[in-house]
Design a protein around this ligand. Sequence first.
Ligand SMILES: C[S@@+](CC[C@H](N)C(=O)[O-])C[C@H]1O[C@@H](n2cnc3c(N)ncnc32)[C@H](O)[C@@H]1O
Length: 240
Amino acid sequence: MQSAPARSSGRSVYVREMFARIAPRYDAANRVLTAGLDEAWRLRAIRLLAPPSGGSVLDLCCGTGDVVFHLLRTDPTLRVTGVDFCAPMLARAQERAAREARGAAGFIEGDVSELPFAESSFDGATMAFSLRNVVDIDAVLEEALRVLRPGARFVNLDVGKPPNRAWRRLFNLYFYGVVPLLGGLVGGSRQAYTYLPSSLTHHPDAVHLRERFERAGFIHAEYVPLMGGAITIHVGTRPT
Ligand SMILES: C[S@@+](CC[C@H](N)C(=O)[O-])C[C@H]1O[C@@H](n2cnc3c(N)ncnc32)[C@H](O)[C@@H]1O
């Protein structure tokens, strides 16, 4: 595993240390908290990415590698690189690569707001459940755009804000009330699973996030709501 210097602010240090604490039980907690549905959402995001066979894909904030391994299961000819700034999460990804990766998976320790890659390096980029956690969303979107080849897509999967009021109230009860309790039990840190939902509070809603994609320079920016908007996949394309 290679490493690049990480940009450090108070919040990013806090986020990195929090993920280091929950890394050992992160995968199990995900499956429980989403009732296993996160696997289907990741596959949907990969279908929207539609990377070319044999192409190179970058997974930003790869964590323990869920999207990386799904990409390789979907198409073993891909070359997939995961970047994350939390060494214990990457260590889990490396262990999993030894066990379950069929193709070429590489992991790099680094900050996604300063990607250690040259311009136009990748045929596609993904990010899952992470944009809420970064300090500077616009810097990350600009970096994703920079490292993509012209015509390549960036797909971002994350928790969203359901537009329907009744459904939003119900979802918020689960997300802000049940997730901290269940996450504390299964994930091992109630504090972390209280922070994670709260990171949605100041995150832009789907329409505004699409605008941020456009402002960063993506074209054909759109989003696909899943679960009535509780989960959202944003897609943008680097202009040719
Ligand atoms: C909720 S986890 C998501 C992991 C993985 N994408 C998934 O779908 O399971 C968020 C990840 O983002 C990483 N992260 C947050 N901010 C980052 C940054 N600025 N640069 C690199 N990694 C970051 C954390 O270390 C953590 O592994």
